[in-house]
Each structure stands twice: as structure tokens, then as C-alpha cells.
Design a protein around this ligand. Sequence first.
Ligand code: MOS
Length: 694
Amino acid sequence: MSTPRPPAVGEPMARVEGRAKVTGTAPYAYEHPTAEPLYLHPVLSTVARGRVTAVHTADAELLKGVHAVLTSENAPRLADTQDAELAVLQSEEVSFRGQIVAAVAAQTPETAREAAALVRVDYEERFHDAVLRPDHQDLYTPDEADTGVPADTRQGDVDAALARAVVVVDQTYRTPREHNNPMEPHCTVAFWETLPDRLTLYDSTQGPHTVRAAMATVFGLPPENVHVVAPHVGGGFGAKGSAKAHNVLAGLAARALPGRTVKLALTRRQMFSLTGYRPPTVQRVRLGADSGGRLGALAHDVTELTSRTKEYAELSGLCSRMMYAAPARATSHRLTALDVPVPFWMRAPGEAPGMFALETAMDELAQACGIDPVELRVRNEPGTDPETGRPWSGRHLVECLREGAERFGWHGRDPSPGPHRDGQWLVGTGVASAVYPRLTNPGSVAEIEYADDGRYTVSIGAADIGTGAWTVLTQISAQALDCPVERVRLRIGDSDLPRATVAGGSSGTSSWGTAVHAAARAFREEHGEEPEPGARARAAAPENPDLERYAMYSFGAHFAEVRVHADTGEVRVPRMLGVYSVGRVINPRTARSQLVGGMVMGLSMALHEQGVVDPRFGHVVNGDLAGYHVAANADVGAVEAHWLEETDRHLNPMGAAGVGEIGIVGMPAAIANAAHHATGVRVRGLPLTPDRFL
Ligand code: MOS
């Protein structure tokens, strides 16, 4: 045996599944080979609220190759319909446009799609309301039992502090409805066995165990009789963070068609009503400061929509509870429930829209005080978490800002707002802070088994949604077992593996890595350094009391250069730079990819993304990639991601935080602030479309 190399944590290891992916041999859900599958195509409601009175299926059924048309009349009954989003085809009620009201199973996807178009649905239509208006009369406070945090917070007397302040910013910021568009659409391949009843899903999901639990509840099966397989996932961004209606539909069809495997791939358009989205936000931010820019008051009041079907609150005000040291602070969240699809996690939910508002307001304050925006943030740095008084496990925002300013060439910048002309282009630079909680979800379990080939098989039901989890968990396993990465064989992406929490909230690496470390420790304690083949150990991630003792957040500083065309208002972003504090970086190669990807998502949010709802019909009129623009190669200029050398000893045995989302947060504000610097035009609503500058 060769001499073991030191553990690979910190090394830029190439993706372990990279070769399989680029050679087309990594199996994605829809590609799961199966003999004579049936293809499922859903029929979606064309009204936003009402009741289905008749479904005419005869024309569809006449089509050659059609096996079944499922409706709420003939679909199998579900055991549990408490989650209204998952109660597919269980009643005639229509709660949003784009809801599943029928589905066709056929021999080919083309036949299923054609037949679905032949299904005619009659409705009794009712009045609907699908558009968020801040003057809604029926605003209510989201339930703490659902969100896990209080909707409102208040410390000190904000009004008095605002009245005392020398400089006040009081502005309202808006972000539009935004839709996740992972490259791989939501896909499920379902198979139902009987005696005993057993459901298998090959699914594109961020959490095999999450989907298993939901399917077990909905179908009334013991969890061990549901099997969810997801070895590779082509992006999720939150939209695949829980079971969705299409999973249930595929399960229903598989159950109705015994012995047949059912394949379902949502179309891009169907994703706009079935897979969650970021709800539009209206955010009032009030800042009161002394002449030196020190905040005396910070208030952040958020109004958003949710669906009548099921509540989801985008917690956009959380960032204002911990970012800056204002003695008087208040935050609030209010919802209005409308006839719209169910919103859900999307790319740094809460922090992404919230920090657009707060960090644009901070730029306005810097302007009003005549203080450099980097310096303004430094002056408002809190020594402990303002909300809880807890010490930070590591707060390095100031280092990020200073290093970012240095690398970006911030010094000597003309602070006055534009126009700053370079020919026909107006040129400016902007900065904003980034933040994302260092989340660790409890309850992951890992198992390690030693094989006679001298390798350790490390098993955990985690998911790699394109993030690099296959690779960093291999590295973490090697570190925990103190062996070279070549001696680790990783197994993830399957609910038959030990329980793992969802790949969401940038929590995967921390949550799963903690479990892997625990299993490695248990393995060494039981089997020592020279184990027998077949030796195995299993352990759950232990509770970490520091999670309650410390305020744990990652931070970052975003800098952007923006050019706005003087005649057309076209906005270009030739340069973005981020410096991050994310604990220890396990794999510089995949971490950089995550951070750069996040920055590009921030760019996309800043310039393009916007679902436009037609209030008459309640649907997104630009619900496809022709109309819903996302940043493409031509939008992206120079992008640099840097990070501090750091280890968070309180967070987990790796000292490493997740890096999936922080790159997004604050980047839209940095770009909007740069656009203001370039043009003198302050835009308080995303996206920064050309008309805003004309
Ligand atoms: Mo991520 S939007 O928290 O799955």
C-alpha cells in the first residue's frame, strides 16, 4: 500500500462524478431505464379560482396509445390531505391558475402531451385576486409555528430614535415575483408495487428523505415502503427542496396503473405554477443616523403575498435583526393570502430580497451623510448579535469589506453620484454587504463500512444538486477517517441510505459532514486503525450546544462596476467581485464555483428576473425561458470570488460553512448602488430594466 497522503480537505479536488457527468453516464431521474414506461402529462387549470364542473376526456381517450386520463373523480384517494398543495386530484376546487386538474398517461410523451391538450375542462369560475397590493386590507401576521421565528421584533423606541436622528432614510423597496429555473426540470419516475404496497420514485430532489417522508404521509405508507432515489440532480435552488404536486401525481398514476412505471417531466411552463417561486415583496426601510452615520434606528417592515392553498412567508426582514448596531430596531412581516400558486424557497429565501432593501437603504444613507459606503458599514459594526446579545462564532464583515475594497480598487473613487460619462456609457461602482446564516440541521446519520479492498464505504442519504456534495463529502470522509480520498467510496442520493437532512439553506455540508465525523469517530472507537473487512459503524450527528450559544453567520462584501447606456438605458455589469467569510473552505474549486454561481444569480436577479402576472387571469404571462430572462453568458463579465482564511470552531468539526447562497445576497444592491453612482438615478425596485434609467 502506498503511503497515505494527508487528508484532502482544503485541496481543489475535481468532482468525483465529473467524468460520469461529462460522458453522459451519470443517471438523472428521468433517464432511469425502465421497460415500457408510461408517460404522464398534467392538465392545468385555466382559471385562478373556482370549481371543476366537468372534465371531458373522450377525445383524449380515443387517441392511440393513451392508457388513462386521471381526474379528481377517478384518481386514487390519498390517506392524508392536510397539505393542500399535495392533495392532488382530491377535490374539484381550483385555488390558483396552473393547478393540476387532470393528467394523461400514454405510451409516448408526445401522445400524452397531445392527449392532455384534448382534455376539456368546464369550470364554475369565481372572483380571484392574484396581485400583491401594499394597501391590502386583509394583511395578517405569519404563524411563528410555521416560520420558526417571530414575525415581528422590537427593541428600543424606533420612532423616538428616528425623531432624534440627524439623517433619515425612509424608503420603500420592491422585488418582483421570481421563479427558479434549474436546468433539469422537475422529473419523477414512479413505480408502485403491491402486497405490500411500496412506492419507488426516481426523483430530481434536494432531499430523498424529505420526499420519502412526505410521500409516506400522503399515501399512508410506512416510510420504509417508500424509496426515493436521486444520485444526480441538475440544479434545485430551493425549488426541489420539498415534495411537490407532481410527485404526488406520479405516485397516484403509478398506483392507478399497477405494474407500469410512470415517467413525468414537467415542462418549463408548468414549472411556473407547480414548483414554488419567490413571492413579490414590498419592504419599507427606515434608517436614522447621527451626522457620523451611526445608526440610532433601523426599521424594516415587509409586506408579501402567500397562497390561500398553503402559507409560505419569505422572511425578508431577518437580516435587519442582526446586520448593524442600531440601538432601536424593529422588523415586521405581513402577508396577504391570494389566489396564486404556493410560493417556496428560492435562492437565499429571505436574505436575497431583504438585503436588496437594507443594502440599498444603507447606500442612500451613506450618500445622505456624505460618508463612504464601505466606511458607513464599518461604523455600524455590532460587537455582539444585536438581537440576542450572543457572541459571533466569527463575524468578519469588516475584513471582507476592507479586502474587497483593496482588491476592487475602491480607494480614490469619486463619491458623487453620476452621471459619470465614458462616451455613450455612464459608469459607476457600488458596494453592498452579504450575509447568510451558518445553518446546521439536526438529525443526519452516516454509516461507514470497511471493505476487503481496503476502502471505506461512507453512506448518507444526502443529495448533490450540482453543488459538489459528492466531492466535499468524500474529502470530509477522508479527513474524518484520516485516510486518502482514494480509499473513500461515497454513497449518497438514496432514501435507503441513512437519514439525511435536505440540501437547502446552505446547510448540507455542515449537517452531513457533522454526521460523517461522528460515524468516523464511532468507527475508530469500535474497530481501531486496522479494521477487519466488514467492520462497520453508524452514528448520528451529535447535538452542538454552541449552536445556541453563538450567533453563526457567514458574511461577504460585494463590489460591482456597472455601465448604463445613456441613450438606451441598457445596463451592463462588466465586473463583480466578492470577498467572503464562510469558515474553512473544504474544496476551493467547488466553493469558487458555488460563490461565482451565486454572484451570477445575484446579477440575474438585479437585471432580469421578473414574473409578470396578468391580474385578469392570474398567471405569469412570461412563464418560459423566452419571456422570463435569466443571466446568460453574454451578461457576465469578470467575476472574482475570494475568501478569508478562517475556521469556525464552534460550527462543526470541519469548521466550514455552506457556500451555496451567500454569493447571491447583496449582489443586486451592489449593482443597483453602482447604477445610481453611474447615473444618479436611484432604483428601488428590481429588476433594473432599461426604462428605469430613461
Ligand atoms: Mo435553498 S433556496 O435554501 O434550497
